[in-house]
Design a binder for this molecule. Structure first.
Ligand SMILES: *[C@@H]1O[C@H](CO)[C@@H](O)[C@H](O)[C@H]1NC(C)=O
Ligand SMILES: *[C@@H]1O[C@H](CO)[C@@H](O)[C@H](O)[C@H]1NC(C)=O
Ligand SMILES: *[C@@H]1O[C@H](CO)[C@@H](O)[C@H](O)[C@H]1NC(C)=O
Ligand SMILES: *[C@@H]1O[C@H](CO)[C@@H](O)[C@H](O)[C@H]1NC(C)=O
Ligand SMILES: *[C@@H]1O[C@H](CO)[C@@H](O)[C@H](O)[C@H]1NC(C)=O
Length: 414
């Protein structure tokens, strides 16, 4: 049996020490709705709210900075209303939104969205920094490619009953923002995030969806965004209409809609391989990554047969046993601590190895846990070459999804 290689979500772990300071020339306040959600459409004038077509959630409008409509050239039927206008913040180095009425010590998903759309008619998309409180979160680069929607997401434990999201001008254009969301998470979810460590999302994918739409609220009650990843050339997509349940102790609560579709390699002798390039961060030149892999069996297998596969991380067995997904129950493989890119990796039989180098023993060992039981130990794999797999119109900054194929695992979501 060959190793199915892990796939790609990886939340970049960043130390987000959430001690907050008040910063900013203006403050925008935002309050919770009945779901405990905060949804701000940063670019709209006035104070009314509207119901978002896609999610049915009410969006509040905000009144700070200057609002602009994006150029009509960029408005399409599919473009969510959130992106039709932006809030532009020309003055001051650091400007913050304050999200209030939170519960101190609780875990939240914070998501900021950006679409430039030549709103200022300068055709000069900016680059600027985002902070959660005083902690660097991400550099928002709208230059390349310049017409995408950028979504930046973090999972953080808040040290106070509010959290600030700050846009920091780095002299590379005027910061702006299209939308800002906050969603509560149970503290047991995403155990990799705690009071001293936040997670920055690299990507979250739904494999083998029946059509190319995102999955989010209400299909995912937590309103995570699961991007479709479709590759009919290399993968066979399988699905069920039956509900896929979360196990009682599920710490990710992957939604049934995501778990109902999955992939297996079209060529059963191949593996599924997913990789990405670490992106040096201002205070962390070689960031570590955490992968959470979600699995469920979707097919009733003939009696006596078993689907089992290995999962490797950076070329080494991550999980010591063959993994067998449970029929219609979601399980996950994940590491609690970040894995660094190996200094070098073993050669890969598929010829995609690109780390060069020959020495071994340099991999960082990573602890892996599975929900249902302690299942095994694996690690991730290096890079390969391949085409970016996402629709280029919506991307999480920093993710290059590349993969080659491998063997009969089924991956339902990352
Ligand atoms: C930015 O500052 C200038 C000069 O102080 C002022 O005229 C302008 O109204 C300010 N713009 C915003 C959006 O606050
Ligand atoms: C959090 O967990 C509690 C108990 O485990 C549950 O009752 C509650 O619905 C959960 N909240 C969310 C937002 O999932
Ligand atoms: C957060 O997790 C990291 C890694 O497991 C650990 O070193 C740190 O002590 C944890 N922080 C808290 C407050 O538990
Ligand atoms: C995509 O599939 C979902 C059900 O899986 C369906 O509700 C939705 O209408 C489909 N969208 C398109 C554009 O076909
Ligand atoms: C299928 O896999 C090959 C080899 O890894 C890759 O070059 C190709 O881009 C993949 N096909 C698609 C549609 O992404």
């Amino acid at each position: 049996m060959e190793l199915p290689k892990p796939r790609t979500m990886a939340a970049r772990s960043l130390l987000l020490l959430l001690s907050l300071t008040i910063a900013g020339v203006f403050q925008s306040r935002a309050q919770l709705d009945s779901h405990g959600f905060i949804s701000i459409d940063c670019g709209l004038p006035g104070t009314a709210s509207y119901v978002d077509d896609g999610t049915g959630l009410s969006r509040r409008l905000h009144r700070h900075g200057t609002n602009y409509d994006i150029s009509p050239d960029y408005i399409t039927e599919q473009l969510s209303r959130t992106y039709h206008n932006v809030r532009s913040i020309p003055n001051g180095t650091r400007n913050c939104y304050t999200l209030r009425s939170l519960t101190t010590g609780n875990k939240y998903l914070v998501r900021a969205a950006f679409k430039y759309g030549d709103y200022d008619s300068l055709n000069r998309p900016p680059v600027f920094d985002l902070y959660v409180g005083v902690n660097y979160w991400k550099t928002v680069n709208l230059v390349d490619p310049d017409d995408v929607i950028r979504i930046v997401e973090a999972i953080v434990v808040v040290p106070a009953d509010f959290v600030q999201v700050c846009l920091v001008n780095t002299d590379s254009g005027t910061p702006f923002i299209s939308g800002l969301d906050l969603r509560p998470l149970n503290n047991s979810l995403y155990p990799q995030a705690n009071a001293t460590r936040g997670l920055v999302l690299l990507g979250r994918f739904n494999f083998g969806p029946t059509n190319a739409t995102d999955v989010r609220y209400p299909d995912d009650p937590l309103d995570r965004i699961w991007l479709p990843w479709i590759d009919n050339t290399n993968w066979t997509e399988i699905s069920t209409t039956l509900t896929v349940h979360n196990s009682l102790v599920d710490i990710f609560e992957a939604p049934s809609k995501v778990m109902q579709t999955a992939i297996t390699p079209r060529d059963a002798s191949k593996n599924i391989e997913l990789s990405w390039d670490p992106k040096p961060q201002p205070k962390d030149p070689s960031p570590g990554y955490i992968a959470n892999l979600h699995f469920s069996e979707l097919q009733l297998l003939p009696s006596g047969s078993v689907r089992a596969f290995y999962v490797n991380l950076n070329g080494d067995l991550w999980y010591s046993l063959p993994f067998t997904p449970e029929y219609l129950y979601a399980d996950a493989l994940f590491s609690l601590d970040p894995t660094k890119r190996p200094k070098q990796s073993k050669g890969f039989q598929d010829g995609y190895s690109d780390f060069g180098g020959n020495t071994e023993n340099d991999h960082e060992k990573t602890k892996v846990s599975a929900i249902a039981a302690i299942k095994a130990k694996y690690r991730v794999q290096k890079n390969w070459i391949g085409d970016p797999c996402l629709p280029r119109t919506l991307t999480w900054d920093g993710l290059t999804c590349r993969y080659a194929i491998s063997q009969p695992p089924r991956i339902t979501g990352v």
